[in-house]
Ligand binder design. Structure first.
Ligand SMILES: [Zn+2]
Ligand SMILES: [Zn+2]
Length: 410
């Protein structure tokens, strides 16, 4: 999986002053909050006499924890055992504290560690944005929280957004100018406790185990959303370059679930076996074929697929997609290439090709992607490791040695 995110929407942090002022001035008056909060808390936890917000089963939150910290841009991560934990009394309204049990590792985490995008991540930084855990505390004065103490929730790349701007209203929460990104502009999930946000954590369905849910939160949501915007319907053909990779193998499964016929493109016997087992209707080995475009067309009634989901960070994958797509087809861009995308405008125009960018997913996309996984119709193929192994995982990522996903036990 060779994906990177386009950085332009990162340009707007930290939070502008008007946003801070807005948050402050929309809080209810001081006196009624205190009264209603104490009433509520007394009903809920009437055996406590402290002025601290409720925590799960009154559990005590440790003051320190184990966390994988990137001390400065480009430096090696350090596994620290005495990293501070934000205490429940210090949580702002809308914040929650999540005790992480599992977290996936994404290629984006490597970019965050290396700081090799034009907009730099915060430092020191805790990476990670595929976290699953339990809510153990919620900030005082949090109004209308959709989640409660003890809920098992997921933390995604999009950690928080304002919910009030045009983009949030239109379901483009990831494009919110005031969004927070897990493991990039706010600390992520490579630690035992993470501060997250009640309106953006995603409830994990009961039937789905935490290790299996982790990578749905980024890789799964991203590919599911890409298919949703691919302008296809049941019975259509979709080409998936990189089908045997971390994103690709999930894209194949979501596509099959949508009734699409999948043309899987990748290389090697292991990946062929994997994607054929997932229900792909055709397999094309890009290293073996002498005519990739011709073979893809042959596998789709001679006309080419109705859509291509390009998750690979490869200029050639984009160029070829315009060549093999059916007239009126949709090219969905997910993988980011370092230089410009090489698309011949002549053919894009002449074939009425639609070019559609797709960037992670919103809260609803995440819920839908998890529901499909909970029904057993999509499974992440992952290797389970420990948080302390993260250094080695990064090295393997850099060397391109990882097939499928790695999920860490925290
Ligand atoms: Zn990711
Ligand atoms: Zn917004």
């Amino acid at each position: 999986m060779m994906r990177a995110y386009y950085p332009s929407f990162l340009l707007s942090f930290p939070r502008p002053l008007h946003q801070v002022l807005k948050t402050t001035t929309t809080l209810p008056p001081h006196r009624p909050i205190v009264a209603s909060y104490h009433t509520a808390r007394t009903l809920y936890h009437n055996h406590t006499h402290t002025h601290h917000p409720p925590t799960l089963r009154n559990m005590s939150i440790p003051s320190t924890q184990t966390a994988a910290v990137v001390p400065s841009i480009g430096s090696a991560i350090e596994i620290r055992t005495s990293h501070p934990v934000k205490q429940p009394k210090d949580l702002a309204p809308g914040e929650c504290l999540v005790k992480i049990s599992h977290t996936g590792v994404c290629h984006t985490d490597l970019h965050a560690k290396q700081g090799d995008w034009p907009v730099k991540p915060m430092n020191p930084l805790i990476g990670g944005h595929e976290g699953v855990g339990e809510i153990v505390a919620i900030g005082e004065n949090t109004a209308s929280s959709p989640v409660k103490l003890g809920d098992r929730v997921g933390i995604k790349w999009l950690a928080d957004s304002c919910l009030d701007c045009e983009f949030c209203r239109r379901g483009l929460e990831m494009n919110c100018p005031n969004c927070k990104l897990s493991g990039y502009t706010t600390d992520g999930t490579f630690s035992q406790y993470v501060v997250s946000f009640v309106h953006h954590v995603t409830p994990i369905p009961k039937g789905l185990d935490s290790a299996g849910a982790a990578s749905i939160l980024c890789a799964g949501v991203t590919t599911y959303k890409a298919l949703k915007v691919s302008n296809t319907k049941a019975g259509n053909y979709v080409a998936i370059p990189g089908a045997g990779g971390g994103l690709g193998h999930l894209a194949v499964q979501y596509a099959v679930n949508m009734g699409l016929k999948v043309i899987a493109i990748d290389t090697g016997d292991a990946k062929r076996k994997l994607v054929e087992g997932l229900g792909a209707s055709a397999w094309i080995d890009f290293k073996q074929t002498k005519d990739l475009v011709g073979d893809i067309k042959k596998a789709s009634e001679g006309l080419g697929p109705h859509a291509a989901i390009v998750a690979a960070a490869s200029g050639a994958a984009y160029t070829q997609a315009v060549q093999y797509l059916r007239e009126g087809g949709t090219l969905v861009c997910v993988g980011m290439v370092d230089k410009s995308m090489e698309v011949t405008s002549f053919w894009a125009v002449y074939k009425s090709i639609r070019i559609q960018g797709s960037y992670v997913g919103n809260r609803q996309d995440a819920i839908e992607a998890l529901d499909i996984a909970a029904d057993g119709r999509v499974k992440v193929h992952f290797e389970l490791k420990k948080l302390k192994d993260l250094k080695d995982v990064y090295e393997d990522l850099e060397a391109g040695k990882i097939t499928g996903r790695v999920v860490l036990e925290v």
